[in-house]
Ligand binder design. Structure first.
Ligand SMILES: NC(=O)c1ccc[n+]([C@@H]2O[C@H](COP(=O)([O-])OP(=O)(O)OC[C@H]3O[C@@H](n4cnc5c(N)ncnc54)[C@H](O)[C@@H]3O)[C@@H](O)[C@H]2O)c1
Length: 370
């Protein structure tokens, strides 16, 4: 039960290998890349306690030595402070231009370590070992790396593709159910943005996948990675089509800003609610049928995911306040808000042609239901 998705980016091409048991074989996969049998692993303490020993065994089985750095878990680790700590630690470990750095963790570690590798000696190769569902289906693939600054999320970063991604689906078994479901928000997004048959498959099979079915987990991660790889290959640096991956994200970013990027709302939960709102907006604009937003919301509810604004605990700004927060999104171009809308399930497109009054009306209705 092993799948490989190739990301064909010319000199920056790489494979994403998906399946159970990959941690034990990590050394076999990584050894051919190494000029000397030694890697530096950067991880965070929660993941390290669960999975670092298995990785070390997998590396040593192939004769690879490793040194490891453990950082604190959580979004606040994606910061200048830890970027400099990681970079200087890698230099202290004498990591050279041709060595390989391993990022073991969720999206936080992948983004931070990828950025450190982008700037270390003007670019060192790195291998992503994504341990969260979100990281396996989204952040480990595509080469966006970065950190947060006082001004906002992901505002400093670089495009730096990994040299290999090993998505060991066994890692998902130790995820907290809420983190698993948040990652599922991104899985479902792929169906909604470009593959109606995948969305139908998820409607039938995602409950079993969430309950632990390994074959279904491998299938869902593979289809998500294929779709991400396809879009990234068409538009590596987000000049056009890559923005489709932001379905639900304009609403999500406003909600994340309104909730202070806290445990009140995880990113994938915001994406789930945002997808529902993007379909509602599409229906209001006459682009898709009214059944589509209902179907999206029914699936979110069936999965136990946050679905409506009423599922976000605590106060939220009013509709105009939320629209203002959308205006601060970094994907605003020349002051124009871009939305990803849909002509139906699996048929998303990018547009800046959205009347603000309609957005306000959708948000007012959603807030009224709270
Ligand atoms: N680069 C990209 O293209 C991209 C895309 C989407 C999101 N992101 C970024 O990804 C980050 C979110 O990623 P995330 O949700 O993985 O966050 P995360 O790395 O904080 O992981 C979420 C939680 O799960 C825990 N965890 C991770 N793997 C685990 C495992 N196997 N078992 C038990 N617990 C585990 C972590 O300790 C953490 O508490 C954000 O910073 C976001 O900006 C980047």
């Amino acid at each position: 039960m092993r799948e490989t998705v190739h990301v064909p980016l010319g000199t920056r091409a790489y494979d994403v290998v998906i399946g159970p048991g990959l941690m034990a074989e990590a050394g076999t996969f990584i050894a051919p890349m190494l000029p000397r049998p030694r890697v530096a692993v950067v991880t965070e303490s929660r993941v390290a306690a669960l999975h670092l020993a298995a990785l070390e065994r997998g590396l040593s089985a192939a004769g690879i030595d490793c040194v490891a750095l453990e950082l604190p878990p959580g979004e606040s680790t994606k910061s200048w402070t830890y970027l400099s700590q990681v970079t200087e630690w890698l230099l202290d470990q004498k990591i050279e231009r041709r060595d390989v750095v391993v990022a073991l963790g969720g999206g936080v570690i992948g983004d931070l370590v990828g950025f450190a590798c982008a700037i270390l000696r003007r670019g060192v190769r790195f291998v992503q070992l994504p341990t969260s569902l979100l990281a396996q289906v989204d952040s480990s693939v595509g080469g966006k790396t970065g950190i947060n600054t006082a001004q906002g999320k992901n505002l400093a970063g670089a495009f730096h593709q990994p040299s290999l991604v090993l998505a060991d689906t066994d890692m998902l078994a130790s995820l907290a159910p809420r983190d698993f479901l948040a990652g599922y928000g991104e899985v479902m997004k792929y169906g909604l943005l470009g593959d109606a048959a995948f969305f139908s498959w998820l409607e039938d099979n995602a409950p079993a996948m969430a309950a632990g079915d390994v074959g279904m987990r491998v299938s869902a991660v593979k289809r998500s990675v294929e779709m991400k790889a396809d879009i990234v290959t068409r538009d590596e640096t987000e000049q056009g089509d890559r923005a489709l991956l932001n379905l639900g994200h304009t609403f999500c970013h406003a909600l994340e800003a309104a909730t202070g990027y806290s445990q009140r709302l995880l990113h994938g939960e915001g994406v789930a609610i945002g997808c529902g709102l993007a379909f509602e907006l599409s229906a209001r604009l006459g682009l898709c049928s009214q059944e589509d937003p209902s179907r999206v919301r029914a699936h979110l509810k069936a999965m136990g995911l946050k679905t409506d604004l009423s599922d976000v605990p605590g106060e939220l700004p009013d509709a105009r306040g939320l629209l203002d927060l959308m205006g601060q999104d970094k994907k605003v171009v020349a002051g124009t808000l871009n939305f990803i809308l849909a002509r139906g399930i699996g048929e998303a497109f990018v547009t800046s042609d959205v009347p603000p009054d309609t957005v306000i009306a959708v948000l007012e209705d959603a807030l009224r239901a709270r």
